[in-house]
Design a protein. Structure first.
Length: 112
């Protein structure tokens, strides 16, 4: 059993800019919802109910997603308290088929 809560684990990933991709094999399990939440909150993707034959295709898809990642810099209009969570939503308006994988926000860091 973990000594870290789900929300603490997600916050730690968001705070460090970590994107989580999850893979679950077999039939649907209760833990798959947790994996889906971790992935969606950090800008990753969750894959569940996979068979052994699905794995190479899914891992190749994850590899392509990682290879196509890029960073976006954002400066908020007003100062944030250090450690305060800021929600951010990214949209692509020029390509309706494009899908954005992005964390739901970030934790404000101290001004450097």
């Amino acid at each position: 059993m973990s000594h870290v809560t789900l929300s603490d684990a997600i916050a730690a990933a968001q705070n460090t800019g970590t994107v989580i991709f999850t893979v679950s094999t077999g039939t649907y399990r209760k833990g798959d919802k947790v994996l889906e939440m971790m992935a969606s909150e950090t800008g990753g993707d969750a894959y569940s109910g996979l068979s052994d034959t699905d794995m190479p295709k899914v891992l190749a898809k994850i590899r392509r997603q990682i290879e196509q990642m890029y960073s976006v810099t954002y400066v908020p209009p007003e100062a944030s308290k250090v450690g305060q969570f800021r929600s951010v939503e990214l949209k692509i308006t020029s390509d309706k088929k494009a899908k954005v994988h992005a964390p739901r926000g970030y934790y404000a860091a101290s001004a450097q």
